[in-house]
Design a protein around this ligand. Structure first.
Ligand SMILES: *[C@@H]1O[C@H](CO)[C@@H](O)[C@H](O)[C@H]1NC(C)=O
Ligand SMILES: *[C@@H]1O[C@H](CO)[C@@H](O)[C@H](O)[C@H]1NC(C)=O
Ligand SMILES: *[C@@H]1O[C@H](CO)[C@@H](O)[C@H](O)[C@H]1NC(C)=O
Length: 590
């Protein structure tokens, strides 16, 4: 997970199709009998217009804010589901799951910044043993599913469904991990690649991010195959191997373009990738599947001025001017603004509806802002909600000056003719459905801030390839602004549609089936960073980033830092969640 920050939010009124299982089942069985299908069941025809009904206890009485999908257990495969959940709750299975994850963690698959192409950079070769291991560890998966290798280490598993007209379900994960810094090894309670099980947790780099996802999927499917399950709808697994690289150019990019070439746009019913899990907010437990991601831009500002000996300095060197620009950008950093029609506000409604820990007056403000569009109440709600730094980061465009370069010698003015001075700002454009081009707005904003200072320092400005200063103006120096890496915010996956509701119902069932038998509210969430899904946008409108991580009281569980670990019981529940999701999706036409 790249800078994964699960932030939850909830939409106003979700409704979706929920089949009348027994009726439809009977009808189809009858049809099958009448037309003499040889025992093969048709997919359930779910009427897309039948609304979900929400049990009263799960709906906020006053507002109907944040209604919840009912827990959804497989119907057609109810016996199989019972058999598998019985297995999942056994001690034998716990041991098996622990061994699978532990073995996978013990094969380091580290991703480093600036890795060269596959075949040239030998560091990719760490993937080979992991891929070989999968083949041995999951024999039925490998004898039943078709495995295609994309750019050597990208793995596409195709589990052909019996009805080819149904759009496939795509489950994604990545098996690379962030490196363990040599200097941090002694801070680990158990060695980072030990996969040690201490009786409660499985430890090690990748135990959560994201080998729990990859091994969870493989284990879920191996077990389904052991129980002779054959899918109606094709299931595709897509495992990247460079997710921890900023632009995932060797793994996800190739996997996505292979799928796009093969299947065409909008060809996948639903995509579920790694992502958030469930945690406590305002006194209740919320699962927060990511339905959106912020955009990002790395902006570079380069100042060039004449050089010379430092004994005869100008009033400002290029370093001094750059410092002024940085200060100006930071002083004028975008202000986070809560708006009613944004996912983040919808999340706030969810907390207001179900979180007993939120003060009553805040709940009232959120409700009134939602219902009547009251600006006064929206402001009150924002004052409270944006005290939370995570929510604040999700609501607005953020700016961080990350890199500064300049100067080479103490007695030479830094003209830096070629390299200049670089400030790199990681900007996350504001997410809002009403702003058509967030990235453009963010970039223009930066260049106009730089323009503010151009006259004062007598500089010409070129922004994103276009001169902003008339060509014939004599200037002392120049500023070059460009954005080598930039990405628009992800399209938002709808929550008032079957895929989200099936996901939500599956999450609740998995939670109720897990070792704690707890329930959970489901609220659509948002990611501040991007997962591999950023290359998959054209393939489906229904993309969710959710790994069913248990984050109650444990935060991110050491992801990207020391002591990454996952409770074994939580890992089993991840497998249960993936199983129920696969079965539920298989039973609906979506
Ligand atoms: C469920 O388990 C029972 C008892 O072991 C077995 O007879 C049956 O075939 C299983 N059914 C499925 C669908 O797995
Ligand atoms: C923003 O969009 C406008 C209109 O399409 C275009 O002229 C301008 O160059 C864009 N700015 C940036 C920074 O991309
Ligand atoms: C800016 O610098 C150039 C080159 O040194 C000089 O010719 C010009 O007069 C300066 N402009 C102003 C407004 O100081």
């Amino acid at each position: 997970m790249v800078k994964a920050c699960p932030g939850p939010f909830q939409a106003s009124v979700a409704q979706s199709a929920r089949p009348r299982w027994p009726l439809i089942a009977t009808a189809l069985l009858l049809a099958a009998t009448i037309y003499g299908f040889s025992g093969r069941l048709l997919p359930w025809n779910v009427s897309a217009s039948a609304p979900f009904s929400f049990p009263d206890a799960w709906v906020d009485k006053d507002t109907k804010m944040c209604p919840q999908a009912k827990p959804l257990a497989p119907q057609r495969n109810s016996v199989l589901w019972e058999n598998i959940t019985a297995l999942h709750s056994s001690d034998t299975f716990l041991k098996r799951a622990i061994a699978q994850l532990s073995n996978a963690v013990q094969i380091p698959t580290e991703t480093f910044d600036s890795m060269g192409p596959v075949g040239e950079d030998a560091r990719w070769e760490s993937r080979g043993p992991f891929v070989d291991h999968l083949e041995k560890a999951f024999p039925l998966v490998h004898s039943t599913l078709k495995l295609e290798r994309v750019n050597t280490y990208g793995l596409l598993y195709i589990w052909e469904g019996s009805v080819s007209s149904l759009k496939p379900l795509l489950l994604m994960g990545h098996y690379d991990v962030v490196p363990v810094a040599a200097s941090s090894v002694d801070q680990w309670t158990h060695p980072p690649y030990s996969g040690h099980y201490d009786g409660e947790n499985i430890w090690g780099r990748g135990s959560s991010d994201d080998k729990s996802g990859v091994i969870g999927m493989m284990t879920a499917i191996e077990v389904l195959l052991e129980h002779n399950f054959t899918p109606t709808r094709t299931v595709i697994l897509s495992f990247g191997f460079d997710e921890e690289l900023a632009d995932q150019r060797y793994g996800a990019r190739h996997l996505a373009s292979t799928l796009l070439e093969r299947l065409g746009p909008d060809s996948i019913a639903m995509i579920v990738d790694e992502g958030s899990g469930y945690s406590e907010n305002y006194g209740a437990i919320f699962a927060v599947p990511g339905i959106a991601e912020k955009g990002s831009a790395n902006v570079e500002v380069e100042v060039k001025t004449p050089g010379g000996h430092s004994s005869v300095p100008p009033k400002h060197t290029s370093i001094g001017i750059l410092a002024a620009i940085i200060v100006h950008l930071e002083l004028n950093a975008p202000k986070p603004e809560l708006a009613v029609d944004t996912p983040l506000f919808e999340m706030a409604q969810c907390f207001a509806a179900h979180g007993p820990g939120m003060p009553r007056d805040v709940k009232r403000s959120i409700r009134r802002a939602a219902r009547r569009g009251s600006a006064k109440h929206l402001k009150k709600a924002a004052e409270y909600l944006l005290q939370d730094t995570m929510l604040k980061a999700l609501v607005g465009t953020t700016l961080a000056v990350d890199i500064v370069n300049g100067g080479v010698k103490s007695n030479a003015l830094p003209e830096q003719a070629m390299v200049g001075i670089t400030a790199s700002m990681n900007i996350r454009p504001h997410y809002s459905q009403t702003v058509v081009n967030h990235l453009n707005a963010t970039l223009s904003r930066d260049s106009s801030l730089v323009m503010d200072l151009a006259e004062k320092y007598n500089l010409s400005v070129t922004a994103y390839g276009e001169p902003l200063t008339p060509a014939d103006t004599p200037t002392y120096g120049s500023v070059l602004i460009h954005a080598p890496i930039h990405l628009e915010p992800a399209p938002i996956s709808p929550i008032d549609a079957n895929p989200f509701q099936i996901l939500a119902g599956s999450i609740r069932t998995a939670r109720q089936t897990g070792s704690t038998k707890d329930d959970v509210y489901v609220a659509p969430g948002m990611m501040t960073g991007n997962t591999d899904t950023k290359y998959y946008w054209p393939l489906s409108k229904h993309i969710f980033r959710y790994g069913h991580r248990n984050m109650i009281g444990r935060g991110m569980g050491g992801i990207h830092t020391v002591n990454e670990h996952v409770p074994a019981a939580s890992f089993v529940e991840i497998i249960t969640y993936l199983t129920v999701l696969i079965l539920n999706v298989d039973e609906t036409t979506l």
